[in-house]
Structures are given as structure tokens and as C-alpha cells.
Ligand binder design. Structure first.
Ligand code: NAD
Ligand code: MG
Length: 398
């Protein structure tokens, strides 16, 4: 983008969250090149209003329709021309509208699928953080994005690293790649046995050692389900079979992922663990732009360690691999059961080890069907949520 071209118009869906605020931080550094034209959130209306006062978007949308008046009146009181919207259909419409050319998909969970798909179908540049939409409907989403000419730039740090490494060759995506190696920090409970995980608390689970993130992905990192979702995400984004995707635990979180090529070269992307780097890649691509993140001082970091993941203590990673291999609706079932289990854990209703148990229960009791339509995937999602909530109601409370 040259400074003389029209500024990039960016819609940030999930603006009040961890990714959303990091995206706004990067955008605010480049007022000539880009602006936040649409801000959307689920229910944090006061946080959304505060962001509107700072970033002055053309449109603001709140997912919960009951909060419409509060949003509209708050915008008027602040003297802003920002137009108020409410409801999930409004977020979908805005994501596909002329109000933006770029969409940061940063809503958490399957709730982000509809707006992510709408942006893809409208041919937007899609900065995709919402990994659950790829797990639930990866084949459909990547197909529709390709058909509409929507460019997907992965924001998840591992996939953003792979995206960068793959640009080192002039070839179709699959050619020359022997293996994709996703790194994992190991989360707050790395090195613990399964028995030692029995009594961990919510506060311990969300205290990630390296990344500052929203509560759901923080719990997913503690169970290693996050890495499982990312294996499925990588499979869809880069069209690589699961047999050529490996996971390597790297506690320093400085190597964000690696690609091994058939000539024996392995390329890694490195940097401090700060999502503003990946967002700057997505916002500026193919240019490199300032993100506010310092460079990596390897001398002061001292060392890089690598180890194998412990699939016995952290069965969620194995379950995700199994769901990917099973295909069809299995990843949708995995994702939905996990979302319900994580939500119950965050509310203090179940223990940590019940999360993998509930996901396994949903995967083993529900039928895995072919998944060629959105309806079939959403039906599997709903059924898995129902099965999991019923199972939670029968679990002994913690
Ligand atoms: P978060 O909990 O901090 O923020 C979530 C955002 O989504 C909030 O703005 C919230 O208002 C909005 N939201 C929630 N439910 C909604 C709904 N039904 N409708 C509309 N908006 C809704 O989460 P986060 O950590 O920013 O993560 C967002 C997504 O990015 C997740 O899919 C996560 O896996 C992915 N991701 C995050 C990070 C990270 O560093 N935080 C890294 C990689 C990937
Ligand atoms: Mg990640």
C-alpha cells in the first residue's frame, strides 16, 4: 500500500478482546494507510463505546440485541457519527458490506463462523484469528474464500509463521513441503502428570506463561486442545494432510512454527510472543509495517528448548488428531463439546480433567456424518453441545 492509495478500511469483529485490541494498536500506528471502519463485540458495550471514542469508526455493532439502545445512546452522548447496530445478522452484514475491505475475524468460538464466512464470500482480505470456524467448517470456508477471491491471512501465530515461511518459494502451496512443524508452549501445566492435573484451578489454567490471551484460548492452551485445533487449522489453511503435521513443545515461545522442505531446508519464523506482529503481517502484507513489537535479542534469551508433547497428560491433542482423521462432522463435534466443557470449567462447574473426558464422550457417542453442507455441520455442533451439557449436568460438581 502506498501512502497515496486509499486507506485500508478494517472491520474488527471481536474488537474488545485480546486480538481486537492488539489489532487496533497496530492500526493506530498507521493513520495514513488504514483505519478501523467497523467495530463489533458480543456484549461488552461499555468497552465497545470506549473504543469508538478513540477510533471513531463508521459503524459499531453489539451482538446482544438487548444492548442496542445503550450503544446508540452512548454514541450520541459522545457526539460521534458512528452508526449503531445490534444482533448477529448485523455483524454478518457489516462484514460483507462496502464499509470494509479487510476483516479481522477475532470473535471467540463457533459464534464467529457466520461473520467469517460472510467476509470470505464477499471477497474481503480476511485476517483469520477465529480458528474455531476453520475447525468447524474448514473445507467450506477455504472453498468459499477461494471462489470469491478472498485472501486469507492467518493470524494465529503458528499459522502466520508458516504463511511467512511458505513465501520463500515460488510454487503452488503443496509443492516442496515435506513437513509442517507447529510449536506449542506447553501451557501452564507443562511437565505435570495426569494425576497432578486433577485439582488445578481456573486461575492457574488461565495464567499462560508466555501469551496474554482471552480466557477460552487460555484454557485450550492448558489442555493442549489449542494445539489440536491448530493442527486441524493448519490442515485446512495449507492443504497438508495430518500425517505431515507435527507438534513440538517449545516453552520459550520464540520459534512460532517451522516448515521443512524436500531439499532439507527447515525455515522457522521467530519473534517475541506478541500478536501485534502477526496482525501487522496481515494488515500490511505484502509490505512489512511497524507493529510496536521489539526485535528478538537471542543473546539475552539464551536458549531454545524443544520436547515432545505428553499425550497421556494432555489427551485433547490426541482427540483432535483423531477427529481430523475421522473427518466429516467429527471436528465440529470436537469443537462444540470443547467449547461447552471449557465454559463449564471457567464457571467452576467441572474439574479440569472433565474437559477431555467430555470431548471424548461426545466424539464416541455421536455419529460422524459426511459434512458437505453448513446445515449438517451446524446440526452436529448443536447436537454435540446438547450431549455435552447433558453430561455436565450429571457430573459431580467440583
Ligand atoms: P477474547 O475473549 O479476548 O475476545 C473475544 C471477542 O469476541 C470479544 O470482543 C467479545 O466481545 C467477542 N465475542 C464473543 N462472543 C461473541 C459473539 N457471540 N458475537 C460477537 N462477538 C462476540 O478472545 P481472544 O483471545 O481475543 O481470541 C479471539 C479469537 O482469536 C479466538 O478464536 C482465539 O482462538 C483466536 N486467537 C487468539 C489469540 C490471542 O493471542 N488472544 C491467538 C491466536 C488465536
Ligand atoms: Mg496459536
Amino acid at each position: 500500500m502506498s501512502s497515496s492509495s486509499t486507506p485500508r478500511q478494517v472491520a474488527i469483529l471481536g474488537a474488545t478482546g485480546s486480538i481486537g485490541t492488539s489489532a487496533l494498536d497496530v492500526i493506530a500506528r498507521h493513520p495514513e494507510q488504514m483505519r478501523a471502519s467497523v467495530l463489533a463485540a458480543g456484549s461488552s458495550v461499555d468497552a465497545l463505546l470506549a473504543l469508538c471514542r478513540t477510533h471513531r469508526p463508521d459503524h459499531a455493532a453489539i451482538g446482544d440485541p438487548a444492548l442496542f439502545e445503550r450503544l446508540r445512546d452512548g454514541l450520541a452522548d459522545a457526539g460521534l457519527a458512528t452508526e449503531a447496530h445490534a444482533g448477529h445478522a448485523a455483524i454478518e452484514t457489516l462484514a460483507a458490506s462496502a464499509a470494509c475491505d479487510t476483516v479481522v475475524a477475532a470473535i471467540v468460538g463457533a459464534a464467529g463462523l457466520a461473520s467469517t464466512l460472510a467476509a470470505a464470500r464477499a471477497g474481503k482480505r480476511l485476517l483469520l484469528a477465529n480458528k474455531e470456524s476453520l475447525v468447524l467448517a474448514g473445507t467450506l470456508l477455504t472453498r468459499e474464500a477461494a471462489a470469491a477471491g478472498a485472501e486469507i491471512i492467518p493470524i494465529d501465530s503458528e499459522h502466520n509463521a508458516i504463511f511467512q515461511c511458505l513465501r520463500s518459494r515460488d510454487a503452488s502451496l503443496d509443492s516442496g513441503v515435506r513437513r509442517i512443524i507447529l510449536t506449542a508452549s506447553g501451557g501452564p501445566f507443562r511437565g505435570r502428570s495426569r494425576a497432578a492435573l486433577e485439582t488445578v484451578t481456573v486461575a492457574q489454567a488461565v495464567a499462560h506463561p508466555k501469551w496474554s490471551m482471552g480466557p477460552k484460548i487460555s484454557v485450550d492452551s492448558a489442555t493442549l486442545m489449542n494445539k489440536g485445533l491448530e493442527v486441524i487449522e493448519a490442515h485446512h489453511l495449507f492443504n497438508v494432510p495430518g500425517s505431515r503435521i507435527d507438534v513440538l513443545v517449545h516453552p520459550q515461545s520464540l520459534v512460532h512454527s517451522l516448515v521443512e522442505f524436500i531439499d532439507g531446508s527447515t525455515l522457522a519464523q521467530m519473534g517475541l510472543p506478541d500478536m501485534r506482529t502477526t496482525l501487522a503481517v496481515g494488515l500490511g502484507w505484502p509490505r512489512r509495517i511497524e507493529s510496536g513489537v521489539a526485535g528478538l535479542d537471542l543473546l539475552s534469551q539464551g536458549r531454545l528448548d524443544f520436547e515432545a508433547p505428553d499425550l497421556d497428560a494432555f489427551p485433547c491433542l490426541r482427540l483432535a488428531w483423531q477427529a481430523m482423521d475421522a473427518g466429516g462432522t467429527a471436528p465440529a463435534i470436537l469443537n462444540a463439546a470443547n467449547e461447552e466443557a471449557v465454559s463449564a470449567f471457567l464457571q467452576g462447574r467441572i474439574g479440569f480433567l472433565s474437559i477431555p473426558a467430555l470431548v471424548e464422550h461426545a466424539l464416541s457417542t455421536l455419529p460422524h456424518a459426511a459434512a458437505d453442507t453448513l446445515e449438517a455441520l451446524l446440526a452436529a455442533d448443536a447436537q454435540a453441545r446438547h450431549t455435552t451439557c447433558t453430561a455436565i449436568a450429571h457430573l459431580p460438581h467440583v
